[in-house]
Write a protein that binds this ligand. Structure first.
Ligand code: ATP
Ligand code: MG
Ligand code: MG
Length: 550
């Protein structure tokens, strides 16, 4: 049933179109350039962009840069790059709220002239005291009844830099007895002698969010201004602003629940601390869920899109298991990623009956499930590396891999039978010996003989040494998110660096962000920051097995 499967935002928009409240749809994504975007922002971006597409409407990219204290050009650039990467195309609709400072000033003057705003000399603390509480109404400011003329003059003085920060503010004149505290004569302009990243020192007064945002939306012709639940209480003020300013096509604010994820850190404050303390390698450390980190880890835009779709749009807060994000990337890469052989914990296997000095090339499928990915050539020779755990001197029952006397398949290559092994003085196995069956080339024997184990390998003569990084969740929520002192309870095993891995030589051609399925070990991606052709570095995106079931 189409009507039921539409989310509540689509239902609101459908009705607005049906009842003629709007003709086209225009949405926006309005980040403040004060940090990096994270997976929660991705949800908002894809929601707004997706609605614009669905209704053949417009999608505005707008920097909400009305508060110069925390904003930086660095963040503007990173935010743009992240949104482009996600595939939300704003075309020529890139806006900066700071471009509207003149119009916002004029809007404030209009309110003053209507008797709907006044300049107030109370200090921030006094304003708080006068505001009242949830159970107690507020008190009118003694400056509330200033004349329109006086307010116009004082507001102009504010603009002209005649006052210190905090000396005067402009407030909307609404209702100090309103049950909604946001409606108790909220501050709409403040004095702040600060240099803005775009307007420089042109302004020393800046509009407050609740005043600026509806104006930005109205100027741009936004029809549906989608934000998160904490703004629900601000909606009456949003509506008051667009009504009093008499915009012919008032935008409508709609709230939805924020996306929260388990076992990761999303709070900006905490991430900043992890970065500063050197616990993570910058804002794009692959254990984080900033968009830059997810990209570096090897997530794809389509996996993130799939994830936010699965999460759905809701009116109540809840958190989603990180394993669901892993499920989405696994599904996405299953058919797209080429397979490759990589040995993470190597031990040498010598095939004693393979002619010395001989090598050969085996042609193998890049992805058995997707023939479109073609084939590649893998070198094979007398000595190969296998995983240390694929050999056991004394195997337990049901162990199907190499042990003395057992025959297994070297994936895509030959059957080999273990004939012995060597140890160093500490008793550690250093070399495993075997013989191969030349008739079993390609991995099957003409006599129909079966083997029960298949292991991967890399030709020792051609292997490329690589670093591989394995990740676990940075927080193990079962043990608690916070310690007693309020610090984060970090998982000490969130990063494992393996420096002694061997990968097949075809991987030397891999480029930054390329991803592969390393057979039996998971999906991996070339680390964009640290990988070089001399020292390739791979991040494990996700293991092959899932704890998550749809
Ligand atoms: P944070 O403090 O985590 O950076 P924010 O709300 O300060 O979040 P903004 O830059 O103000 O971030 O937000 C840009 C847009 O992204 C807003 O419309 C906001 O509602 C939305 N957004 C932020 N966090 C989430 C989230 N966790 N889930 C969904 N949308 C979010
Ligand atoms: Mg923010
Ligand atoms: Mg914010």
């Amino acid at each position: 049933n189409e009507a039921i499967s539409r989310n509540f935002i689509e239902q609101i928009i459908d009705k607005d179109i049906e009842e003629g409240r709007c003709e086209t749809v225009c949405t926006r994504f309005p980040p403040e350039p004060n940090g990096y975007l994270h997976i929660g922002h991705a949800k908002s971006i894809l929601l707004n962009y997706g609605l614009a597409q669905e209704y053949h409407g417009k999608f505005n990219m707008r920097f909400d840069d009305t508060n110069p204290t925390k904003e930086k050009v660095e963040f503007v650039e990173s935010i743009k790059a992240d949104i482009e990467w996600l595939g939300a195309d704003w075309e020529d609709r890139l806006f900066f709220a700071s471009d509207y400072f003149d119009q916002m000033y004029e809007a404030a003057v209009k309110l003053i002239k209507k008797g709907k705003a006044f300049v107030c000399d109370l200090s921030a603390e006094e304003i708080r005291e006068y505001r009242g509480t949830l159970t107690e109404p507020g008190k009118n400011s003694p400056y509330r009844d200033r004349s329109v003329e006086e307010n116009l003059e004082l507001f102009e003085n504010m603009k002209n830099g005649m006052y210190q920060d905090g000396e005067k503010v402009l407030r909307a004149k609404i209702d100090m007895a309103s049950p909604n505290i946001n409606m108790r004569d909220p501050v709409i302009y403040r004095v702040a002698h600060m240099t803005h990243h775009r307007t420089g020192d042109k302004w020393c007064i800046y509009p407050m969010y609740d005043f600026a945002h509806p104006i930005e939306d109205a100027i741009e012709g936004v029809t549906h201004s989608i934000c998160t639940l904490e703004f629900e209480d601000h909606r009456p003020l949003y509506d008051w602003v667009v009504r009093e300013l008499e915009y012919p096509h008032p935008p409508k604010q709609i709230e939805f629940a924020k996306l929260y994820l388990t076992n990761v850190v999303t709070g900006k404050r905490y991430i900043k601390k992890l970065v500063e303390d050197g616990i993570v390698d910058g804002w794009d450390d692959p254990r984080l869920v900033s968009i830059a980190a997810l990209r570096r880890r090897g997530f794809t835009p389509s996996s993130i899109k799939k994830f936010v779709e699965l999460c759905g749009i809701s009116k109540s807060n809840s958190s989603v298991d990180y394993a669901m994000l892993e499920y989405c990337i696994r599904e996405d890469l299953k058919l797209k990623a080429s397979r490759a052989m990589a040995v993470l914990d190597p031990i040498k296997l010598v095939i004693d009956n393979y002619p010395e000095g001989q090598t050969e090339e085996l042609e193998v499928d890049n992805n058995m499930e997707n023939p479109e990915l073609g084939k590649r050539v893998v070198p094979f020779g007398r000595e190969v590396y296998i995983e240390r755990e694929d050999f056991m001197e004394e195997p337990p029952k049901k162990y199907r891999r190499l042990y003395p006397g057992n025959e297994v398949r070297l994936m895509n290559a030959y059957f080999v039978t273990c004939t012995g092994f060597e140890k160093d003085e500490d008793g550690k196995v250093t070399v495993v010996h075997c013989t191969y069956d030349p008739e079993s080339r390609g991995g099957n024997s003409p006599d129909g003989r079966k083997v029960r184990g298949t292991i991967h390998w890399v030709s020792a003569a051609d292997a490329v040494k690589a670093q591989v990084r394995l990740y676990e969740n940075i927080i193990d929520e079962e043990k608690g998110v916070y310690n007693e002192d309020g610090s984060l309870n970090l998982n000490p095993n969130s990063l494992t660096v393996l420096d002694n891995c061997y990968v097949e030589p075809s991987l030397l051609k891999a480029e930054k962000y390329d991803s592969f399925q390393f057979v039996r070990n998971g999906f991996f991606c070339v680390d964009a920051k640290d990988s070089t052709s001399e020292h390739p570095v791979f991040n494990r995106i996700v293991s092959l097995k899932s704890s998550y079931k749809l």
